[in-house]
Every structure is written in C-alpha cells, then in structure tokens.
Design a binder for this molecule. Structure first.
Ligand code: ADP
Length: 165
C-alpha cells in the first residue's frame, strides 16, 4: 500500500525520521512529500529540504522523496496514495491534526489518515525549536542528523555574516 508523509521538513529532524522508519516497516511504499508553501517563509529551499531527506532516507529502499504544492488530498490522488501519514507529539497536535484529517477525507474519500505516535525522546522536538536553538549557536546534536546540523550552522553563519556586513 502506498502512503505519503507530507510536511514542511524545514529541516528534517530525528523525530520525522523516527516516524518515517516505522512507516517504512508498515507500508510497502512511502513518499515523503515536501510541501512548497510560498506563504510560509522557510529557512531551507524545497530543493535543499529534499536533498537532506533523500540522503537520510537512502537506508529505506521503499521510501522516496517528492515535493508538491496545493492540497495534500489532491496530491494523494495524483500519486495514487491510500494513506496520509502524520506524526503526533503532544495532545496539542491532536486538535489541528483531527481537523486536517477530516478536511482531507472530505476532499478525497479514497484516502485515510494514519497517525503514528512519537517516540518519547522526540516529544518536544520540532523543526522550529531546532532552528531557534541553531540560530543562537546552541547544540542540536541528537535532534537532527549530523549533516543537517552542519547545514543549519552554515545557514546561520551566512545569515550573521550578512548582518555584520
Ligand atoms: P507541518 O509544517 O505540516 O506541521 P512538519 O515538517 O513540522 O510539517 O511535520 C511533518 C509531520 O511530522 C507532522 O505530522 C508533524 O506532526 C510530525 N512531526 C514533527 N515533529 C515530530 C516529532 N518530533 N515526533 C513525531 N512527529 C513529528
């Protein structure tokens, strides 16, 4: 069964990879789909986010990386996916995810949402939190893959350099 795992992944974290690894065991094919959302400002370009995801998911042969814009339900229809995977952290995720899942079902009744619970150590992990830590030069080791930590340091080094200039 083909599943999609949509999100911003700006950047991919160990929390995302934990969900993905478990999804890869459950579904025969998983497409990680990077949402291109021009109204949301991102640190990494869609291409950069896809490249980081491709490197980190190479270990799972049934996982591929794609990007899309517009409605997730439409994208699921286009690629013939039966399932949308989302990760759940705290109860606070539930309310908005429930709303999104019901909307997606209305837009595409052939697709169902499947929620995977985070692993305890990733409960407080989010891309935005990681960007905040990295922007102050704090340690993100263990929260993101090493290559992503390097990419974050590079982004913020070039940002502070351009402010100083
Ligand atoms: P979005 O911008 O659509 O929320 P994200 O890139 O932040 O996308 O996350 C994609 C999916 O991964 C969402 O379902 C989100 O709840 C889930 N997720 C993010 N961080 C974690 C984590 N630490 N543990 C489990 N799931 C997570």
């Amino acid at each position: 069964m083909r599943a999609i795992y949509p999100g911003s992944f700006d950047p991919v974290t160990n929390g995302h990879l934990d969900i993905l690894g478990r999804a890869a065991k459950t579904f025969s094919e998983v497409i990680v789909a990077v949402l291109h959302n021009p109204s949301k400002s991102a640190l990494f370009t869609v291409e950069e986010r896809m490249a980081m995801l491709a490197a980190e998911t190479a270990r799972w042969p049934n996982v591929s990386v794609d990007s899309f814009s517009g409605l997730t339900a439409e994208y699921a229809r286009k690629v013939g996916a039966a399932v949308i995977i989302r990760g759940l952290r705290a109860v606070s995720d539930f309310d908005s995810e429930f709303r999104i899942a019901l909307t997606n079902r209305k837009l595409n009744p052939d697709v169902d949402s499947v929620f995977l619970m985070t692993t305890g150590e990733y409960l407080f992990l989010s891309s935005s939190g990681i960007k905040e830590i990295a922007s102050f030069g704090g340690p993100v080791h263990g929260m993101v893959p090493d290559a992503v930590a390097v990419a974050l340091a590079g982004k913020y080094a070039s940002t502070s350099q351009s402010i100083e200039e």
